[in-house]
Design a protein around this ligand. Structure first.
Ligand SMILES: [Zn+2]
Ligand SMILES: [Zn+2]
Length: 351
């Protein structure tokens, strides 16, 4: 994002004192795809029933925000809009009928900003597939502002003791990989291949370990592979130096492979790394939408291919529980928009 510069300086997290929300607040707005975001004064909206006003403390920058700002995906957001689906903040105002959260609660505002709550998907624990869903930073203005409006029913409370700067990336990168490991069905003794050790991958390694799996991490740089080992990977493969599929087959093949790198080639390597009966989980969304999936090997080897999209509120609660219990580590850096130090603190995951 063009408006954001990196700085080493990490602001202290302090409890903001409650004051009446202002009539206007500033937010980073996309007016045109691919042009710079502008910092605009936005009139504070009148809350609809079920909505809440959140004073933003921190927000993550996810690759999806960049795709949103560039209008890269087939279903585009409608400018002007405010990106951000990893917003963390304090509830400052409640719309009519909100019972799920209270003033002063710290909440996370994830990608799934709203769902219908009554369709088959919603009632069966698959609210992330709801056709009526609306998404923070895409079809609902997101967390790149001093304040954001969210739905009380779809935010998730952040437990005490979790740093908001950790909570932000957990709200997408964390829950997305946590869900991917659930979907993969990882059990103790499974070998899990994690393709791509970035913002998502470094969390996937930890969730695979928590599920009992042994991890082989694949990336193109030794620095990331070193981090992967620090986070519990038993094996690493540098795909710039050797064929990861062959290397993982020498280990006996992966029970599950999690595709997190935005390259169809990497998806194909992940497929090639599986042992018989293995599962390939699609998570990353490469701009180039196609990969080669050989039918013969899929059938004969009994391979499962499954897509996994973010996670539910329950998944995010579990992610926060694990983090509060000290079972996960978030690697991140804090960035502050130049000339707007008070506006919004943004995190980028190590990538
Ligand atoms: Zn995201
Ligand atoms: Zn629904």
């Amino acid at each position: 994002m063009a408006v954001i510069d990196t700085t080493e300086r990490a602001p202290a997290v302090t409890e903001k004192t409650a004051s009446a929300p202002p009539g206007h607040y500033r937010a980073a707005v996309v007016h045109e795809f691919s042009s710079r975001l502008t910092i605009d004064e936005i009139p504070r909206p009148v809350l609809e029933p079920g909505q809440i006003l959140v004073e933003v403390e921190a927000t993550g920058l996810c690759h999806t925000d960049i795709h949103a700002a560039h209008g890269d995906w087939p279903v585009k957001p409608s400018p002007p809009f405010v990106p951000g689906h990893e917003g963390i903040g304090i509830v400052r105002e409640l719309g009519a009928g909100v019972t799920e959260v209270a003033l002063g609660d710290r909440v996370a505002m994830p990608w799934l900003g709203y769902a219908c709550g009554t369709c088959d998907y919603c009632v069966s624990g698959w609210e992330t597939l709801c056709l009526e869903q609306r998404n923070m930073g895409y079809s609902i203005d997101g967390g790149f502002g001093e304040y954001a409006v969210a739905y009380g029913r779809y935010v998730v409370r952040v437990p005490d003791g979790i740093d908001p700067y950790d909570a932000a990336p957990l709200t997408c990168a964390g829950v997305t990989t946590y869900k991917a490991i659930k979907v993969a069905g990882t059990r103790s003794s499974d070998l899990v291949a994690v393709f791509g050790v970035g913002g998502l991958g470094h969390m996937a390694i930890q969730y695979a370990r928590i599920a009992g799996g042994r991890v082989v991490a694949v990336d193109l740089t030794d620095e990331k592979l070193e981090l992967a080992r620090e986070l519990g990977a038993s094996f690493t493969v540098n795909a710039a130096k050797e064929d990861p599929a062959a290397a993982i087959q020498r280990l006996g093949g992966a029970d599950q492979a999690i595709a997190l790198a935005v390259s169809p080639r990497s998806f194909e390597q992940a497929f090639g790394s599986l042992r018989r009966g293995g599962t390939l989980v699609f998570v990353a969304l490469p701009a180039d939408n196609e990969m080669k999936l050989p039918i013969f090997e899929t059938v004969l080897n009994g391979i499962t291919v499954v897509g996994s999209i973010v996670g539910t509120r329950t998944d995010l609660r579990e992610v926060f529980e694990l983090h509060a219990a000290g079972q996960t580590t978030v690697t991140r850096e804090i960035t502050i928009p130049p000339n707007e130090p008070e506006l919004v603190v943004t995190l980028t995951m190590w990538s």
